[in-house]
Design a binder for this molecule. Structure first.
Ligand code: ARG
Length: 465
């Protein structure tokens, strides 16, 4: 079958054919292309646009192709794309009446229908993957509701936290990544088939019927828009880029936390490497590579955005290139999602170390200031000043939080305000206890075990939806 022989004499050069063929990355559209042709042919038969016999022979050939699989297609780059390879297969099976299949259809509407169908499956698959990861995080959180942890701002020791609360931050970020994809799905789930080359067709096709046969929730309203729009692909790529970024952020923390200086977590051997020269090394290579690869989807997003930015309506061949980057961004992100999930699931937390960190380096200073406000009605700024001075003096005295008592607080309070605070030993010790710090943060979104349990319950509701 030769598409060119009507219009041209002779073939493209081999280079030009290879340069312009999408057949390699079209492999991904194999199943969707069969579905698309099947739905279109079925509708053509139903509307009596093509002879019933020819239509049924086409449908039979498509069934056979589905059974035989993609290897039955001649994927030579001299075919521009998989749509031509598929038509060639049907033609070889049933002869020239295969040509009825292309009545009132163009590769322009066919390709974007195929991409949308395939992308819908991809999104569903990724949503499932994210939800599985979130499930692991909620399970781990339940086990670590009062496992002390340290929270950072500016990557500097800030306040005591729990491991559960940190894991639930991951879960909430991933939930938004998931919801974003589910929202994008609505705009992918619209059928451009029937737009034909660009202005539809004079044949009385039934676009609602093909959309229904393909499982789309509605028909695209404008045919020029139908064949020329790839905003849905950019939008999906943004979602994947954002998800990648969440996974990169998680990976970065694993790299930091597993260093000797932090020693807060340890990656399992299955997710670690060693050095070819330093025999003692345990390196978090998987986390590092996840961090590194998490930039790929962002790059692909930039590429597709700039590709579509300056092209006119309607179909332009540039659009073919969008697919390459769309699938690459998706594949990379899915790889990272799976690997980061596995790495977190098998992570060991060093509880002695995280407890030690939560109680050291004046991480409880905010609570001490808060106690002054609560118990002695001090304006927070005054309390902030007193505690700032306590910390600065303790550092020059070379003492830690454990040595700060009521007398120490009063001595500094007198320096700052002229009066003692007389909080008493219990209040001072309580304020400086990291576990009590954590337990006092019971407000919604807080790190107290009760608040985190509430957050887990909400997350589980989302997972069951
Ligand atoms: N391979 C093309 C693509 O992916 C299919 C549409 C080709 N249309 C055309 N007029 N050459 O965009």
């Amino acid at each position: 079958m030769d598409l060119r022989e009507g219009r041209f004499e002779g073939q493209m050069t081999r280079d030009a054919a290879e340069f312009s063929s999408s057949i390699e990355f079209d492999k991904r559209l194999f199943e969707a292309d069969i579905k698309c042709n099947r739905a279109h042919t079925t509708m053509l038969i139903e509307e009596e646009i093509i002879p019933k016999d020819a239509g049924e022979n086409i449908l039979k050939a498509l069934d056979e192709l589905e059974e035989e699989g993609i290897d039955a297609l001649n994927m030579d780059p001299s075919f521009e794309d998989i749509h031509m390879a598929l038509e060639d297969y049907v033609t070889n099976k049933i002869g020239p009446e295969a040509g009825f299949m292309h009545t009132a259809k163009s590769r322009n509407d066919q390709v974007c229908t195929d991409i949308r169908l395939t992308l819908k499956d991809e999104i569903e698959n990724t949503v499932k993957g994210i939800k599985n990861f979130i499930r692991t995080l909620t399970d781990m959180s339940k086990e670590n509701l009062d496992t002390l942890f340290i929270a950072y701002t500016h990557l500097q020791h800030a306040q005591p936290n729990t491991f559960a609360h940190h894991l639930m931050a991951y879960a909430n970020e991933l939930r938004r990544d998931c919801e974003r994809l589910m929202d994008t799905y609505k705009r992918v789930d619209i059928c451009p088939l029937g737009s034909a080359a660009l202005t539809t067709t004079g044949f009385p096709i039934n676009r609602e019927r093909t959309a229904q046969l393909l499982g789309f929730s509605k028909v695209m309203d404008n045919s020029l828009d139908g064949v020329s729009s790839r905003d849905f692909a950019c939008e999906a790529l943004f979602d994947y880029a954002m998800l990648s970024s969440t996974l990169g952020k998680i990976s970065e923390e694993i790299v930091i936390w597993s260093s000797y200086e932090f020693r807060m977590v340890e990656c399992s051997n299955e997710y670690s490497s060693t050095s070819s020269i330093m025999p003692q090394k345990k390196n978090p290579d998987i986390a590092e590579l996840a961090r590194g690869k998490s930039t790929i989807a962002t790059g692909e997003l930039m590429t597709t955005l700039s590709m579509i930015k300056g092209i006119p309506h309607s179909y332009n061949r540039d659009l073919q290139e969008v697919s390459v980057h769309l699938w690459n961004g998706i594949d990379n992100t899915n790889d990272i999602l799976g690997i980061v999930h596995g790495m977190i699931e098998t992570l060991t937390i060093n509880k002695d170390r995280t407890e030690e960190l939560a109680g050291s380096n004046f991480a409880t200073a905010t609570e001490l200031a808060d106690v002054m406000v609560r118990e002695k009605n001090l304006p927070f700024r005054t309390a902030h000043r007193i505690v700032g001075r306590i910390v600065s003096e303790a550092i020059s005295d070379g003492i830690g939080t454990d040595k700060i008592d009521n007398d120490y607080v009063d001595r500094v309070a007198i320096e700052v305000t002229g009066e003692p605070l007389s909080l008493g030993e219990d209040l001072v010790r309580g304020a400086l206890d990291p576990l009590l710090n954590v337990k006092s943060r019971t407000v919604k979104g807080g790190c107290a075990p009760s608040a985190v349990e509430e957050s887990i319950r909400e997350m589980e509701k989302f997972l069951e939806e």
